[in-house]
Design a protein around this ligand. Sequence first.
Ligand code: AMP
Ligand code: ZN
Ligand code: FE
Ligand code: FE
Length: 275
Amino acid sequence: MNYADMHVHTTASDGTVSPAEVVELALKAGLSAIAITDHDTVSGIAEAQITGSRLGIDIIPGIEISTDYRGHDVHMLGYFIDPDSPELEPVLSWAVNEKNLRNRKIAAALREAGFCIDLGDIESKHAGTVIGRPHIAAEMVAKGYASSVSECFERYLGEGCPFYVPRQRIEFAEAIKFIIRSGGKAVLAHPLQYKFSFSETEKMAALAKTHGCVGIEVYYTGYGESEIAFLLSLAEKYGLIPTGGSDFHGDNKPDISIGQAKVTYDTVRLISPNP
Ligand code: AMP
Ligand code: ZN
Ligand code: FE
Ligand code: FE
């Protein structure tokens, strides 16, 4: 059987493994395909495709976008987008700019509170990367302010924490339309990460479908049998394709390995615009 991990981050956003190395890990894990789904950027895709064609791993060009769903940060995956689409540039540069403005506010608040954190240092360590909270968290870990990235999110940077700063995000339905305009297929990411009730999760899936979303991420790191069964029932009810992936981030999420959550290659064909 051929398998695909449809949710992988690289150093182009907040993963710690380069696009080329991610493909090598996929080969070692016995996968046939991976989707590169970096946050707000397509800059890792070309490198992954070069290594993919050398090693015989199919690379699905993808993206993950943070959207605004009724004030909540809900993620939308875009698959088979055209990385050269002229639609991408203005929306992605707006999102990256919003993130950078937010990063500056976080860094200023941290310095104000006595943390020795310099955003310029972080940016120069990660040239060519979309910088986000995980990079700030990794720097805080390196300086001894926390023992892990996730502890740093829990104590300082996560929602409800002292250094949480909100940022503007593209509206949920707008994000779906944007993915479609960019030649891609939209899939609702990790629907149980938002801590919604079952009925709110269902409402969100239904709304996504209304606006042209074609899939829902059912197989995801940490989702157990009952969670998968619930998400499969939503997929069935609303005619959404059940997809899956690990959300691999390298050392930024050290408990997740590539291929930990996966789907058969048939799912890739179902999502593909040219099956
Ligand atoms: P940002 O987009 O800069 O606001 O950062 C959000 C990203 O941080 C998410 O998309 C996740 O990839 C990552 N993240 C969120 N919570 C955690 C956590 N507890 N541990 C590690 N990474 C996290
Ligand atoms: Zn991430
Ligand atoms: Fe996500
Ligand atoms: Fe992700």
